[in-house]
Design a protein. Structure first.
Length: 86
């Protein structure tokens, strides 16, 4: 399948994975393990586990990840307020 995919798409996927890895590494090993456990539980989580999942996701800074991903692929620089740069 990868042989049929255009090179630029592969490059975009690789760049997105590297950005995701950078954000994922903001969690310590214990938090990464717990995030994995919670995600595997899926909809069977109780309210306390959902709260814990929200807390762990917040540590990943999803807005910053979205902004850095958009900035990486945008032909124009993103506004500073959106990219999180001061």
């Amino acid at each position: 399948m990868l042989k049929r995919m255009p090179f630029l798409k592969l490059l975009a996927i690789a760049q997105t994975l590297l950005l995701a890895r950078r954000h994922f590494q903001r969690l310590n090993a214990r938090d990464r393990r717990r995030l994995s456990q919670l995600v595997r539980r899926g909809p069977r989580m109780d309210s306390q586990e959902r709260k814990e999942l929200r807390h762990l996701i917040a540590k990943l800074e999803p807005r910053a990840f979205a902004a850095s991903t958009a900035d990486a692929f945008s032909p124009f620089p993103l506004p500073r307020w959106l990219a999180g740069r001061r």
